[in-house]
Design a protein around this ligand. Sequence first.
Ligand code: ATP
Ligand code: MG
Length: 200
Amino acid sequence: MPELPIQRVGIFGGTFDPPHFGHLVAASEAAAQCLLDEVVFVPAGDPWQKQHRRITDAASRLALTRLAAEPDPRFRVSTCDIDRPGHTYAVDTVADVRAEYDHPVDLYFIFGADSLENLRTWHRVDELCKVVKFIAVNRPGHSRREVDTSTGIEVEFVDMPGVGISSSECRRRVANAEPIRYLVPDAVDDYIAERGLYRS
Ligand code: ATP
Ligand code: MG
């Protein structure tokens, strides 16, 4: 039987510096609970909301994201934000991911509850609302109730088992020679160790 075309697509943008199991559980739960055919991980090129710290080069973050996401057949990685010059804006990401399909798809934008708290400040968010549906996953320390009242934008909530892992904590651990085994996929851990990433 021919496979049905991919119809419902989740876009999961992030710095992924590095990707960890919180990202993978979020993508997996969004896919399962919102019946997504695939989730596209989109590593940011130049994240404007993180200019206060140096971001690891895009090639390394892309390699890490591939190692983390590609073993799962429901996940793929798009380089559209890395390939596009200038700042990364979600509206551009959505347009570029849509163009990666040769048929119409329904797009869902996935993010953690912490990102939802500043959704109002996102560049051209009103335009974004018209072309995607938002999916928020819970993240420890960011309650659903808080999030709900802080924006007027309609969001579908996905309850996932809380994963208290962040990329910042992974970077801090590596810098302090502490393990990140079991916080990130083994292949990610190995790549970080081999390349000496995040060492202070
Ligand atoms: P950093 O600590 O550098 O900010 P991060 O762990 O927040 O990194 P990002 O790349 O900033 O990772 O996040 C990408 C997306 O994944 C965001 O929407 C974020 O809210 C979500 N996310 C990250 N970690 C988790 C987690 N543990 N649980 C749920 N969502 C998460
Ligand atoms: Mg973050």
